[in-house]
Write a protein that binds this ligand. Sequence first.
Ligand code: UD1
Ligand code: UDP
Length: 372
Amino acid sequence: MKVKKIFAVFGTRPEAIKMCPLIIELKKKDNIKCVVCLTGQHREMLTQVMNAFQISEDHNLKIMREKQSITAISIAILQNMEEILVSEQPDIVLVHGDTTTSFVAALAAFYQKIPVGHVEAGLRTQNKYSPYPEEMNRCLIARIADYHFSPTENNAQNLRKEGVVSGIYVTGNTVIDAFKYTISDNYHFHNEILERAIGGKEDKRKLVLLTAHRRENWGIPLKHIFRAVKRIAEEHKECLIIYPVHLNPIVKESAESILGKLDNVLLITPLDVLDMHNLMNRCYMVMTDSGGLQEEAPALGKPVLVLRTETERPEAVEAGTVEVVGIDEEHIYKIAKELLVSKTRYEQMSNAVNPYGDGNAAGRIAEILSAE
Ligand code: UD1
Ligand code: UDP
């Protein structure tokens, strides 16, 4: 039996959350040796995930620097990957999604003529600057990749329209698989501030989960988002708005200056994935510009207001659980308020729908790679 060496590379929190369930499945296969390489584009936020899934890495490029540019990230990864790929000689390099880590790792593999598998392939907004730089990253990875693991049929169609003729597999999204490892009854939060605020018995307040970090929202859009949230917090004392703030200093500074002094807005450090999924499971609604949350919250029946002008995840919008509300303060405020006061509106949006798979995507991908 020939053992295939699969070299999984990732570097940021969302990639890790979606790759860990797959690594667990790959490690179960007798004919696969799975090597894990972290670029370290993120540091603390990545360690949290690795600890939660109890996965350790074989390599870590440790490239994170404070506020570094996309160019600096790309150069560091490309330069460091070469030596490791030459010495490891993997049969396939696996990357995930659309980060700079993913694109540059795929490029490094191409330079060594190593086949590339792309997990979460085929998401598109068709706007090359939104999300930035992710939309272009995912297009470029699709050109390089040999295996395209698409969460939905719609994602597969996007690839076919771009001329990808082979190697497309519709598998579901591995983020749904992650719930198997994270959500539990009678959960106690690891984050002490959160546990003190909402742990233990049922909370009568409406918990609103907020996250925002996207580069195209830096500056004025983030200010609009935070001002709308501030108005909601001031007018709706029955709400507790919980915002685990991304460690990016640009985001942190803006969040603290606008939302820092409100008694029903909790600004906390990034949550580990166990806390995050269990908080999502308990919350009333989600306001976010994150990609991953748009997939997770619908599966838990939580309405999502997307703080962006478009989405590459139209499936849950079509199903009615997600609404793209944009980045205008007045509009965000209006729609969030409607969801808080109108029971009908809330019920329309809070049906649990799960367009992103049955929780077995990782097993499917591992099976395809094992059979190849
Ligand atoms: C990156 C990805 C984005 C993804 C997001 C998920 C790119 C260009 N961007 O954006 O697609 O949606 O991750 O969160 O690939 N920092 C820390 N500790 C950490 C992580 C970040 O201190 O654990 C700080 C550092 O100052 C770092 C900064 O945050 O320089 C920004 O990190 P970076 O990876 O450049 O971009 P993100 O905005 O996190
Ligand atoms: N997440 C987390 N802790 C947090 C915020 C997010 O574990 O404090 C998880 C979230 O549940 C999702 C993923 O991180 O699985 C999304 O990451 P992020 O929003 O950083 O990136 P995106 O999905 O937008 O690329």
